[in-house]
Design a protein around this ligand. Structure first.
Ligand code: FAD
Length: 355
């Protein structure tokens, strides 16, 4: 039996940094809204990041709208400091977050959209999906992977190097996750590193600030219809945070081209040689967590939802915030999501006023 269906102007699905940032701007309108979040507490994906994860930008470059992240002990905030900040941010602005609530479906109704979680349902005149990507890790197909008898885990499930002491560990993926996990595991295990193309390390004095400035330059160029090919690096480039810098001094940061196939006990390289491997850690990124939108039939074959700005092209009462460049340049970062959270709140307010 469905519980009584409450009705809101806006339902935001996801209470991570993107959902909170949107809540901050919606608060300024007269719209009633609710944030439904699947986690047991604040912090979004940061709750699942590994223990030693640190941001690649300093605190004042990792803040949501309205409140600068307080200065942190180290130059780069830790995972726990981000979780603490997001929890205090919710309280500071009295954001209406209900958790833990996992939304299973968003459906059309006569006068809006219905958001369902088990036997509960909410009616909304507009819905915003801000569910991030952590719940949808991506592992590419590889010949022989099913026959590999060693351990495999995705970076989404990596917590610390403790389980890998004395092992032979293969880390796959050339972004910040791969580099930071390699830096840590290589201190307790024999590691090898595979990347699709040679990893691109940013200069030592470049951190997330520069990445954000570059992303902004690319965003401006796109807005003005200019080409962006000539503009340098993006968020896939590796920031030399202290643990990665320390790994460089241990001469660990050497990547190999992808191997040909898995064998039952390891991998076979293109030249036919083999290496015994105990554990593979896949640092191969994520895909947007959008299964709750499946009933709307609007997801394309890349697993994304075609949007104009952040608004669904096929369902005008639906917006998507925080998924990375396809929903706004740098929108998957703490500081970058502000721009599209602000514009989305304004667009929703205008849309509801017109109905
Ligand atoms: P999330 O943080 O994933 O939050 C989404 C929320 O929605 C979660 O609470 C989830 O439980 C909930 N949810 C999902 N599905 C449902 C559902 N169906 N129903 C209800 N709730 C749901 N960003 C930076 O700004 N600076 C950095 O230095 C930085 N470093 C990073 C380093 C690594 C290694 C990684 C992997 C990421 C890094 N990021 C960084 C990116 C950042 O962690 C994510 O992009 C960010 O967490 C995305 O925020 P979000 O709110 O969009 O999604």
């Amino acid at each position: 039996m469905i519980g009584a269906m409450t009705r809101h102007d806006v339902i935001i699905i996801g209470g991570g940094q993107a959902g909170l940032s949107l809540g901050y701007f919606l608060r300024r309108t007269q719209r009633s809204f609710l944030i439904l979040d699947a986690e047991g507490g604040p912090g979004g994906a940061w709750r699942h990041a590994w223990e030693s994860l640190c941001l690649f930008s300093p605190a004042n470059w990792s803040s949501l709208a309205g409140w600068l992240m307080p200065a942190t002990a180290q130059a780069f905030p830790t995972r726990d400091e981000v979780i603490d900040y997001l929890g205090r941010y919710e309280d500071r602005y009295g954001l209406p977050v209900r958790r833990p609530i996992l939304v299973n479906a968003v459906e059309r109704s006569n006068d809006g959209l219905i958001v369902r979680s088990g036997d509960n349902a909410w009616q909304a005149r507009a819905v915003v999906s801000a569910t991030g990507n952590w719940r949808h890790p991506h592992i590419p197909t590889y010949p022989g992977r099913e026959a590999f008898t060693g351990m495999q885990l995705h970076s989404a499930d990596y917590v610390s190097p403790a389980p890998f002491v004395g092992q032979r560990v293969l880390i796959i993926g050339g972004g910040n996750s791969g580099a930071q996990i390699l830096a840590e595991v290589s201190q307790v295990a024999e590691t090898s590193w595979v990347t699709e193309k040679p990893p691109h390390f940013l200069p030592d004095d470049v951190d997330g600030r520069v990445l954000f400035e570059r992303a902004t330059e690319r965003w401006r160029a796109q807005q003005e219809g200019r080409t962006t090919e000539h503009l340098p690096g993006g968020f896939g480039d590796i920031v030399m945070v202290p643990p990665v810098d320390q790994a460089r001094s241990r001469n660990v940061l050497h990547a190999r081209e992808p191997f040909a196939r898995f064998t039952p006990h390891g991998v076979q390289w293109a030249d036919g040689s083999e290496a015994a491997i105990d554990t593979v850690i896949w640092c191969t990124g994520f895909r947007p967590a959008l299964s709750h939108l499946q009933p709307l039939g609007i997801t394309d074959d890349t697993g994304r939802v075609p949007v104009t700005g952040t608004r669904s092209s096929a369902e005008p009462r639906l917006w998507l915030v925080g998924y990375g460049d396809w929903t706004g340049m740098a929108s998957a970062t703490l500081i970058g999501v502000m721009r599209t959270a602000r514009s989305t709140a304004q667009e929703i307010d205008t849309f509801l006023a017109s109905r």
